[in-house]
Design a protein around this ligand. Sequence first.
Ligand code: FMN
Length: 184
Amino acid sequence: MKILVLNGSPMEKSRTRGITNLVKELLQEKNVTISTIDLGIEKLPLFPGEGTDENNITLQKLKREAEAADAFFIASPEYHNGMSGALKNALDFLGGSHFKHKPVAIAAASGGSKGGINALNNMRTVLRGLYALVLPDQFVSDPYCYDEAYQLNDREAVERLEDLTHLLVEMTETRIGIQSEQTQ
Ligand SMILES: Cc1cc2nc3c(=O)[nH]c(=O)nc-3n(C[C@H](O)[C@H](O)[C@H](O)COP(=O)(O)O)c2cc1C
């Protein structure tokens, strides 16, 4: 089973990366093959509409890893009530061929005061446009959930993320099982 973990924050120092760091650890414990795209480190060009530079190394990696993935874990900061522009830009380079009927877990880092839900709803709407199977469960976190190094350290938040990661693996196993039955 291969899962692509995508950090949608464009920031060098990022709470959203605190989410994806923990998710990668949790997936490793479950012997899942992980690939990672971190938009705070691996910068993509702006989606040009046409005339995309297909030689861009990060873009090639994004498309290759998305195609190969059985499932996705996608995390975004909430920026102005939506996902980050960096994440939406990355998704614009992809399509149904990368996501169709693949399980996707979504998570958000917010500024607090009940933020985050709009980013999650926005991700859900956009991923529906890519024909992804977005899990009904989701994860949202406030700044108090993180330590000074921006790692997730609130016990309840960690448990919620463990549950979501576990569900993603279960759903992906189920989908892989159904697919292999269909090809027999
Ligand atoms: C441009 C911008 C817009 C933001 N808009 C919101 C918002 O609408 N709601 C919210 O809860 N937090 C908002 N925030 C706060 C971020 O969601 C919060 O700082 C989050 O931890 C950022 O994650 P990151 O460190 O991974 O980029 C905004 C931050 C920035 C930079």
